[in-house]
Design a protein around this ligand. Sequence first.
Ligand SMILES: Nc1ncnc2c1ncn2[C@@H]1O[C@H](COP(=O)(O)OP(=O)(O)O)[C@@H](O)[C@H]1O
Ligand SMILES: [Mg+2]
Length: 252
Amino acid sequence: MSEAKVQTGPLVDPYGSTRDDCAVIALKQVTREYAGHGSVVRALGDATFSIVAGEWVAITGPSGSGKSTLVNLIGCLDRPTSGELKIDNVDVASMSATELDRFRADKIGFIFQQFHLIPYLSALENVMLAQYFHSMTDEAEARAALERVGLDKRVSHLPSELSGGEQQRVCIARALINNPPVLLADEPTGNLDAANQTIVAELLQDLHRNGHTIVMVTHDPEMAGLAQRRIALSHGKVFCHPVGGPMVTLRR
Ligand SMILES: Nc1ncnc2c1ncn2[C@@H]1O[C@H](COP(=O)(O)OP(=O)(O)O)[C@@H](O)[C@H]1O
Ligand SMILES: [Mg+2]
């Protein structure tokens, strides 16, 4: 299968600025530099692109290319050195740290490679903890979220009593529970065997079909192939692959 053409030249979104109107994530000339050790590292340079509601985008690139830097910015864990970053039409640059914490809880559902579940809380309690930090707990809703990811028979299990795939499904339930406009997944299948990768991939496909916006960092070409579009990073520069780029069939 031939590779889709990588956009070169000016680093602009191939869809142009008209997409900004309905963009749930919009970056304009976003740069993130790290100062220290007597030098400045430009981890992300002049990134300009947007992601519209309902899109599934894969962020790819070799180690050190700026993926974590970009994810930290989109996840409101960090702010750009310069440029404009809007999440759900709100510019995050001007927010205080406290406002950013609140904003993050509202807007972003995180799915991590390392799961980051609280080991002494059950699956249900882990999901309810996310509700607690957002607003108030609602056990019935938390149970429904676990049922949605096929874990209705595992609500009382501790993380150590769950398989890797089941733990990742708890994370997905936790990410969904406050109904955020963006699901941000960092190597969601990085720690899973092939069978569990398939289960999680199918779950993400299901969420995408149901209108969720998914931004996913992955090294795995099969996972990247499931997304509608790829944003490839190389030495902190962004290259957007158009829709209809290389699609890879999921291994069965
Ligand atoms: N806190 C930091 N301080 C200094 N340099 C950093 C920091 N975080 C990342 N970098 C540098 O920025 C570049 C991009 O890093 P990163 O975003 O972690 O890449 P990736 O996730 O693609 O591996 C690397 O050269 C890395 O060494
Ligand atoms: Mg990284």
